[in-house]
Design a protein around this ligand. Structure first.
Ligand SMILES: CCCCCCCCCCC/C=C/C(=O)SCCNC(=O)CCNC(=O)[C@H](O)C(C)(C)COP(=O)(O)OP(=O)(O)OC[C@H]1O[C@@H](n2cnc3c(N)ncnc32)[C@H](O)[C@@H]1OP(=O)(O)O
Ligand SMILES: NC(=O)C1=CN([C@@H]2O[C@H](COP(=O)(O)OP(=O)(O)OC[C@H]3O[C@@H](n4cnc5c(N)ncnc54)[C@H](OP(=O)(O)O)[C@@H]3O)[C@@H](O)[C@H]2O)C=CC1
Length: 267
C-alpha cells in the first residue's frame, strides 16, 4: 500500500544503517518508494548487494556500502561515499544495532561493552559524521534512531541494550537542542515486536519456540508489528509534515508497553 506520494522525498538523499536486512531494509524501501535516493550500510557485503539489486529492479536509486558503525574511519567512508554518489545527505536512519539476551549476573565485561559499543558509540559516530556534513550543506536534515519500546520500562535479560538505548535517547535530546539552529531534527522510534530473521535468531537460544505468541498475548492490538508500519513512521518523521518535531520518542508497539492494564474497571 502506498500511503505517501511517490514524490514526497524527491531530491532527498537518505542513509539507512542496517539497511540490508529486516526493519532497516523496509525503512529504506519505503523512503525510496517516496522518491528518496538511498544508501544502505551494514557489515555483510553480500546481503547489502542482494538488497540493492532488489531495490534497483523496483526503480529505487540505491547504493550500498559495507562498513562497521563502530569504526569512525569507516563511518566517515560512509558519508564520503554518499556525498560522492548522490552529492549530499538529508536523512539519516540509525537502525543498525542489536543485543543478545543474558541474565545480568552472568554478563561479562566484554559482553556488556560489545552491546554498549555497537548501539551507543556506533550510533554517535554515525550521527556526528552525518550531522557535520548536514551542517556544511546548510540545508538542515532529519535523523531518526530506531530504539526499543521498553526504553523507560526496562526489560529483564537485556540490561546492556536498555542502557545503551537510553544513552542514545539522552544523546538525542541533547543533540536536538544543539543542532536546532542548523534545522537538523533528531527523533527516535521505539518499536515493539516486529518479526524479522535477526529478531528470531537473537531470541532463538534463550526465549523458546513460543516467544512470539507469548509476547503477542500481551499486545492489546493482538498482533506483532508490520515492517511497513515502521517505514511509514520514519517517512513521516523525515518529511516536511514533521518539520516542527525534534527530540521526541514515539512508541509503536500495538499498546504492548501499556502493560496488562488495570485489573479494576469502573463499569
Ligand atoms: C526481551 C523481553 C522483551 C519483552 C517484550 C518485547 C517486545 C519487543 C522485543 C524486541 C526485542 C528486540 C529485538 C531486536 O533487537 S532484533 C535485532 C536482532 N539482531 C541482533 O540483535 C544482532 C545481535 N548481535 C550483535 O549486535 C552483535 O553480535 C553484538 C554487538 C551483540 C556482539 O558483537 P561482537 O562482534 O562485538 O561480539 P564478539 O563476538 O566480539 O563478543 C564480544 C562479547 O560479547 C559476548 N557475546 C556476543 N554475542 C553473544 C551471544 N549471542 N550470547 C552471549 N554472549 C555473547 C561474547 O561472548 C564476548 O564476551 P566474552 O569475551 O566475555 O566471551
Ligand atoms: N525486530 C524487532 O522486534 C525489534 C528490533 N529493534 C531494533 O531494530 C533494529 C533492526 O532490527 P532487525 O531488523 O529486527 O534485526 P537485524 O538483525 O536484521 O538488523 C540489524 C542490522 O544492523 C546491522 N548492524 C549491526 N551491527 C552493525 C555494525 N556494527 N555496523 C554496521 N551494521 C551493523 C546488521 O547488518 P550486518 O550484520 O551485516 O552488519 C543488520 O542489517 C535493531 O537496532 C534492533 O535492535 C528494536 C525493537 C524491536
Amino acid at each position: 500500500m502506498q500511503i505517501f506520494s511517490e514524490n514526497l522525498l524527491a531530491n532527498q538523499v537518505a542513509i539507512v544503517t542496517g539497511g540490508g536486512t529486516g526493519i532497516g531494509k523496509q525503512i529504506a524501501k519505503t523512503l525510496g518508494e517516496s522518491g528518496a535516493k538511498v544508501v544502505i550500510a551494514g557489515r555483510r557485503k553480500e546481503v547489502l548487494e542482494e538488497t540493492r539489486n532488489e531495490f534497483v529492479k523496483e526503480g529505487i536509486e540505491t547504493h550500498a556500502i559495507s562498513i562497521d558503525i563502530r569504526v569512525p574511519e569507516q563511518v566517515q567512508q560512509l558519508v564520503d561515499f554518499t556525498v560522492g554518489s548522490f552529492g549530499k545527505v538529508d536523512i539519516l536512519v540509525n537502525n543498525a544495532g542489536g543485543q543478545f539476551p543474558k541474565k545480568s549476573e552472568e554478563l561479562t565485561p566484554n559482553g556488556w561493552n560489545a552491546v554498549i559499543h555497537n548501539n551507543l558509540n556506533g550510533t554517535f559516530y554515525v550521527t556526528q559524521a552525518v550531522a557535520k556534513q548536514m551542517i556544511k550543506q546548510g540545508t538542515g536534515g532529519a535523523i531518526t534512531n530506531i530504539l526499543v519500546s521498553f526504553l523507560h520500562r526496562g526489560a529483564p535479560g537485556i540490561a546492556h541494550s536498555v542502557a545503551a538505548r537510553n544513552g542514545v535517547y539522552g544523546m538525542m535530546r541533547t543533540l536536538a537542542l544543539e543542532w536546532a539552529k542548523y534545522n537538523i531534527r533528531i527523533n527516535s522510534i521505539g518499536p515493539g515486536l516486529f518479526v524479522t530473521e535477526g529478531m528470531k535468531e537473537e531470541m532463538a537460544s534463550s526465549a523458546g519456540p513460543h516467544f512470539i505468541e507469548q509476547v503477542t498475548q500481551d499486545v492489546p492490538l493482538g498482533r506483532t508489528g508490520r515492517l511497513q508500519e515502521l517505514g511509514w513512521l520514519v517517512t513521516y518523521l523525515s518529511c516536511p509534515a514533521a518539520e516542527y518535531m525534534t527530540g521526541e520518542f514515539i512508541v509503536i508497539d500495538g499498546g504492548n508497553s501499556l502493560g496488562r492494564g488495570l485489573t479494576f474497571v469502573p463499569y
